[in-house]
Design a binder for this molecule. Sequence first.
Ligand code: PMP
Length: 425
Amino acid sequence: MTSQILSEQARAALPGGVSHELRYRAPHPVFIDRAKGAEKWDVDGKRYLDFKMGSASQMLGHCHPEIVQAVQRQAERSIFSADCHVLETEWAEWVNRLYPSAERARFTSSGTEATMLAIRLARAWSGKDRVLRVDGHFHGWHDHALKGAKPGSDTTPSLGIPQAINELIDVCAAEPDAMQKALEDERIGTVIIEASGANYGCVPLATDTLRALHDVARAAGVVLIFDEIITGFRWSPGGRQARDGIVPDLTTLAKVVTGGLPGGAVCGRADIMELMSNATKRNGIAPAVSHKGTFNGSPLVAAAACAAMPILATGEIQAQADAMADRMRAGMNTAMADAGIVGLAYGDSSIFHIHFGRDTIDGMTPAQIRSLPPVQVKAYRDGMLHRGVDMMAYTSGLTSGAHTPELIDEALDAFRATLADMIRD
Ligand code: PMP
C-alpha cells in the first residue's frame, strides 16, 4: 500500500510523520490525494466517504465550485501583500451581521490564535489574570488552553507549558453550581466555554445548562467567551448563540468562517474589541491589546470566506447537513438494535457520536463518556475506514451540505458490516 511507504518516508522528515498529532493512525495514516463533495480518494485511488470533512471545516463540501473559483480569481490578483483590502471589511461585516455578540471582528490565522487572542482581550478588559474553563472543553493547543482539555484531568497533557501559566487556569464542571462556586474567587475575570459541550458535543451541553452558565458568568461580571470554532456557521448561520439566543461578550470562530481555508476570528462587543484599535490608549499603551500576525485576514482566505458567506447565511446548507446527521444517527441506532449491540448514536446539529455499551449517556460524567476501551474505538474506526468510510475522531463524525441520503445509506451498510466484525472479534 502506497500510504505505508509514504508514511515511512514522512517519518524521516516530520516528527511522527505528521503535522498534527491526531493525524497519526496505527499502523500508518492514509495519504489523501484529492477530495470532492463528501468523498475523497487516497494515493492508491481508493475512495472514502468523508465524515471528518477537514476537521469540520469543509461545511460546503470539499472543493465547492464557488470557493475554488473565488480562490483562483484572487490568486491571480494578489496572493498576499500584507496590506488592507476591501474583502476583509466585507468578511467582517458578514460576521458582525450574523453573530449576535459581534460588533467588531478581528481575523487570526487559526482557531488556536483566536482563543489565545480572546483570552488576552478578556484579561485586559477585566484586569484579572485568572481564567475559568470547563472540564474537557477544547480551545486549541496554546499554553493557556491545554490544562483541563482532557476530561476528568486537571493536568496539562504537554510538557513545555510553564507551571506559572497552569496556575492561572481554573477548571470547573459544566454545571451552573460548580461554576458559581469557582467564580467566588474574585481573581477570575474570564470564562471560556466550548459552545457545543466538550469535544464538539460528545459530552453534550443542554441549552438550559448553557443558558444557566451564561447567567452565572453574567452575575459574576466576568468576560464570557463562547468558543464557536465548531458550532459557528454549523449549528446555524449565527452559530449556537443565534440558534439558542444565548449571547456571550466575545466569540471565537475558525474552520467554516474562512470558507474552509486556514484562519480564524474573534468577534464581540465593540468596547472590548476596540482595545486592539490604535486609537485606544490605556496606561500609555496603544493599542492597549497587541495583536499581530502576518497572514491575518489574507485576501486569499477572505475571498473564500466572502464566497462562502452568502451560501452559509441562508441556512439551507446547515438544514441539509442536519438532516443527513439525523439519518445517520437513526440508521446507526437501528443497526445496533438489529445486531443486538447495546449502544447509542446521538448528537446535535450535523454532528454524531456513538457510545457503545449503554443506551443512554444521561448521568454519565465527561470522563465516563470518553472512556470507551481504545480497542473498541479502534475496531470501529478501522472497520469503517477499511470499508471506505472515514470518521472524525473517537467515535464522532460530521456531515456537510454535500452529504446525500444515498451516501449516508452507503455509510450505514459499512456500519452494519463493521458491527458484525466487532461482534465476531
Ligand atoms: N476550539 C475548538 C472548539 C476546536 O474544535 C478547535 C480545533 N479542533 C480549536 C479551538 C483550535 O482550532 P485550530 O485547530 O484552528 O487551531
